[in-house]
Every structure is written in C-alpha cells, then in structure tokens.
Design a protein around this ligand. Structure first.
Ligand SMILES: C[S@@+](CC[C@H](N)C(=O)[O-])C[C@H]1O[C@@H](n2cnc3c(N)ncnc32)[C@H](O)[C@@H]1O
Length: 303
C-alpha cells in the first residue's frame, strides 16, 4: 500500500506503519520537524505548504491512503475555537477539494476530540458521503491500549471499499510509568523549588511507584506553560519534567526511533506535543491495513 503522510510532523504515522506500507511522500511546513523525520525515515519528506500542492501532483503520487493530522488549534479552547474561520484551517479546506478531485481509495485523519463537533468535520463527512466513501469515527485514548499516557483523540477512517472491523481493545495488562523513564535523567528537568511550591495544587503530579498512574496529555506547550501542558514526575529530589525521550516512549514510538542529540528540550517538547500515539494510530489503521494487532502492551517496543 502506498501512503501519503500529510501534516507529517515528526512521522508518528510513518512509525505506526513501519514495514506494513510504503510512505511515498511526507509533507509538512516545519523544517525542524522534518529534520527529525529525515533522521528516522528514508522515504521523501518535503518542506511544503499543502495549499500549494495541485491535484495533478496528488494524482501522480497515486497513493492508496491519505493520512492527515491537520493543525488542531482551530478546534481547541486555547486556539479560540474559530474552526473554519481560523487561517490554520485553510490548508484543510484545500485538501477537501483535492480529496473530491482525486478520490484516493482510503483516507484517515487524527485530531483533538472537539474536532468531532466542528464545521470542519461536518464538511469532511459531507465530501466523503458525496464521493461515495464509507466513513467511521472513533474516540480513542492510548490508555485503552494499556499505555501509561492519556491522549484521547478523534480518529476517522474512510474507504471507497469496505473497511475492516477494528480489533478488540486489549484488556488487563498495562505498562507502568516506571517502564518509560530515563536511567540518568538530565538535572535540567527538575523544577525550581519556588515554582513547584507556587503551583503545588495546579500541577499534575505522577508517582512512578504507582502502577496505575498515567501521565496526562503532553501538549506542544510543555516546557513553556507550567500548568495544563503535561505531567510532572514525583522524585525524592522534587518534581521534574519528563524528558523528550521519555515522552517519545510514552507515545509508543519504536526503539529504533531517535531524536537528534543536538535538539534542545525546548525545541523537542513542542514537536512531541504535536505528535501522536503510535499504538493508537496502529489500532485505527487496522481498519484499512492488515497490521499486526497493537497489544498486549508488554510486547510494545521499548528501549
Ligand atoms: C498536529 S501536527 C501533526 C504532527 C504529526 N502527526 C506527528 O506525528 O508529528 C500538525 C502539523 O501540520 C503542519 N502544518 C501546519 N500547516 C501546514 C500546511 N499548511 N501545510 C503543511 N503542513 C502544515 C505543522 O507544522 C505540524 O507539524
């Protein structure tokens, strides 16, 4: 299967597809994200704005599946929920036109849960229905797949042919936060004691000794915003942030996937906060591709 990875970021979808499909092109405007992408994948990744890609180019690529993770800010309260009036939704509207023109056999999309009630989603469902697609949607959190990370997202799969049933969610076994931690965390991750004290009641703190603890969703503002951007780890020396490598593992990226050693934490956190849960994407894409089942969690690749 030939896959087009639109809004590819650091390649969460390509990581989920590992070995099961060929990504023929990945596209994103962020050169920083693409530098991480190119370090991990050999296939082409282009620094392009999707608005500028004509239908003829999509036709020439002849992809069986278009994967897209469009910017979520138009649908979040932090992004003011301007929906289709937000300039960051402009490329999505252009893609809907391309979709109707090119009609790829399959399409899949990931976004924040609020996307489900947006005009953007209604417009997408309308285009899919008019073009003869069968479409199915799902709200899924990686914690339902046994991961120690909360990141509920809206997913849509659509096909001109029939879709496969989604696999049953694995019950029982789950990974613990302690399974994802760096052996020698950087001292720079610890919060200054006065900050920890000032925000004591507003920080989401997780105890690695608690086998049921799960981190909250890491957002693109982790490291910049103190509250509501992700969890802090309780340690004997005080509270610390999770390192980019720890978040990469919590997101379920495979062990061969690496961040550039010279990428600062401040630059890595936004890229990871924008990315996605790899096991959740594998689960969703099982409606389209014969992918190995995502669970049980103990078998997920970990470093
Ligand atoms: C939600 S993130 C997707 C991240 C990706 N799924 C990953 O695994 O890292 C949205 C991405 O869309 C990119 N983007 C925003 N507007 C774009 C446009 N007009 N054309 C191409 N990429 C765009 C951003 O740079 C960002 O990387």
């Amino acid at each position: 299967m030939r896959v087009l990875e639109l809004y590819c970021g650091i390649g969460g979808c390509a990581a989920a597809l590992e070995g099961a499909a060929d990504v023929v092109l990945a596209v994103d405007t962020s050169r920083r994200a693409l530098a991480v992408y190119a370090r991990n994948f050999a296939h082409p990744a282009a620094a392009r704005s999707l608005e500028g890609m004509p239908a003829s180019e999509f036709q020439r690529l002849a992809a069986d599946l278009w994967w897209m993770s469009p910017p979520c800010q138009p649908y979040t309260s932090r992004g003011l929920r301007r929906d289709l009036d937000d300039p960051r939704a402009a490329s999505f509207l252009v893609l809907l036109e391309r979709l109707a023109e090119v009609r790829p056999p399959y399409l899949a999309l990931e976004n924040v849960p609020a996307f489900a009630d947006s005009r953007a989603c209604a417009r997408l469902l309308d285009v899919l229905a008019r073009c003869g697609y069968e479409a199915r949607t799902l709200l899924l959190c990686p914690s339902e797949l046994g991961m120690a990370n909360l990141r509920q997202r809206f997913y849509l799969v659509a096909g001109l042919g029939p879709l496969l049933p989604w696999p049953a969610l694995p019950g029982g076994a789950r990974l613990r936060i302690a399974d994802f931690l760096d052996p020698r965390p950087s001292p720079s991750l610890w919060l200054a004691p006065d900050i920890a004290r000032r925000y004591e009641h507003a920080l989401d703190r997780v105890d690695p000794a608690d086998p049921l603890a799960r981190t909250s969703c890491f957002t693109a503002s982790y490291g910049r915003a103190i509250v509501r951007s992700g969890s802090y780890l309780i340690t004997p020396r005080g509270l610390r942030r999770f390192s980019p490598d720890e978040i990469l593992r919590l997101l379920g990226f495979p062990s061969w996937y690496t961040l550039p050693p010279d990428l600062s934490h401040d630059h890595a956190w936004p890229l990871l906060g924008n990315s996605l849960s790899v096991p959740a994407v594998r689960h969703v894409l099982a409606a389209i591709l014969a992918l190995a089942a995502p669970g049980p969690p103990g078998l997920l690749p970990l470093t």
